[in-house]
Ligand binder design. Structure first.
Ligand SMILES: *Cc1c(COP(=O)(O)O)cnc(C)c1O
Length: 361
């Protein structure tokens, strides 16, 4: 077996234990005589899979009773549109903190539904930091405040969330969901595409407060685009992404078994510190991200030139590493070290980086 260290920003590595379990159950899930892929979503056995996934997620995160958990297809990107369609429906104005391409896309969709007020932005410095949330003046007539917690492309992450008073805070957590404890009650809604840190592509996980679901109940929207539809039907209005939900459920169990989100945070901090400490000690590699805004999940860096970046990616092919290229919009290099990346992967990467530095400085 030739597993490699996959530093992809997503779809990304999953825990090996989870993949092995899924492999063992591939032909016959739990005595059902069939794969989960072949199973009716209306069957008792599948109902148990989705119910357990939700119950485990609730336990893992500590989700209060007045929040629903929804599993919806369409990735995080569908949520860019669903959020304003469902929730930008009272005063038709929102506040948004602009931290990169993902908030830009969310902004473009929201503008179709009303007025978007950018209350803070790091665009002037190419999104190399998270704005100081204590200095932001929010508007009280906003239907919600929108933010993206971990900015996958640049490698920035909030260390503190804004206090938006009575205005619900809506947060894209696609690339940091379940990497650390979450205080759900600070948010009106949290969502994440699964394929960054939680499971296979094909499902987005939504945690949304009851009063926000109620906003969409009587809107003239297509059924599938309403949160109320998904909530009233237990995420089974139509066929849900059954296999993806099953794997997410296994990842939730893996997280619970391994100390929950506190333990995950400690492990992620340890991995990221190794890499950042090395970057800080090196005069060869540079990271553009301000230390106070550094992501634990996506570490972006550069060598002294574009040519050496390209050579770095070429020479790395000799090793069991892959997907270290930076996002096409900013170039450079990026190591995504989500929950399932073992510390050995980070150590091996640093070893290679040192060798490359020695050879080319
Ligand atoms: C990847 C990503 C998205 C888009 O996710 P899709 O599932 O591909 O739609 C949105 N937001 C963030 C923060 C991401 O990392």
């Amino acid at each position: 077996m030739a597993r490699i260290y996959n530093f992809s920003a997503g779809p990304a590595m999953l825990p090996e234990e989870v993949l092995k379990e899924a492999a063992a159950e591939m032909l016959d899930y739990n005595g059902s005589g069939m794969s989960v892929m072949e199973m009716s979503h209306r069957s008792k056995v599948y109902q148990q899979i989705i119910d357990e996934a939700e119950a485990d997620l609730r336990k893992l995160v500590g989700i209060p009773d007045n929040y629903r958990v929804l599993f919806i297809q369409g990735g995080a990107t569908l949520q860019f549109g669903m959020i304003p369609l469902n929730l930008m429906t009272v005063n038709k104005k929102i506040d948004l903190i602009h931290t990169g391409i993902w908030t830009k896309k969310a902004m473009a969709d929201a503008k179709l539904c009303g007025e978007v007020r950018v209350v803070a932005s790091s665009e002037e410095s190419k999104f190399s930091y998270i704005p100081d949330v204590d200095k932001i003046k929010f508007n009280e007539d906003s239907d919600y405040v929108y933010m993206c917690d971990n900015n996958t492309i640049y490698g920035t992450k909030y260390k503190k969330y804004p206090n938006t008073g009575n205005v619900p805070l809506i947060c894209d957590m696609s690339s940091c969901f379940l990497s650390e404890p979450i205080d759900v009650k600070k948010f009106g809604m949290i969502y994440a595409g699964a394929q960054k840190n939680v499971g296979p592509a094909g499902v987005a996980i939504i945690i949304i407060r009851d009063d926000l679901i109620a906003r969409s109940k009587d809107l003239p929207l297509p059924a599938y685009l309403k949160y109320a539809t998904h909530s009233e039907n237990g995420s089974m209005y139509n066929t849900p992404p059954t296999y993806a939900i099953y794997i997410c459920g296994k990842v939730f169990k893996w997280l619970l078994k391994n100390g929950g989100l506190e333990a995950r945070k400690a492990a992620n901090e340890k991995k990221a510190k190794l890499l950042y400490d090395y970057l800080d000690s090196s005069s060869f590699y540079k990271t553009a991200v301000e230390p106070a805004s550094r992501s634990l999940m996506n570490v972006t860096f550069r060598t002294p030139s574009d040519e050496l970046d390209a050579l770095f990616l070429e020479e790395v092919k000799k090793y069991k590493f892959t997907n270290l290229k930076g996002h096409k919009s900013i170039g450079g290099l990026r190591a995504s070290i989500y929950n399932a990346m073992p510390i050995e992967g980070v150590e091996a990467l640093i070893k290679y980086m040192k060798e490359f530095e020695e050879a080319h400085k």
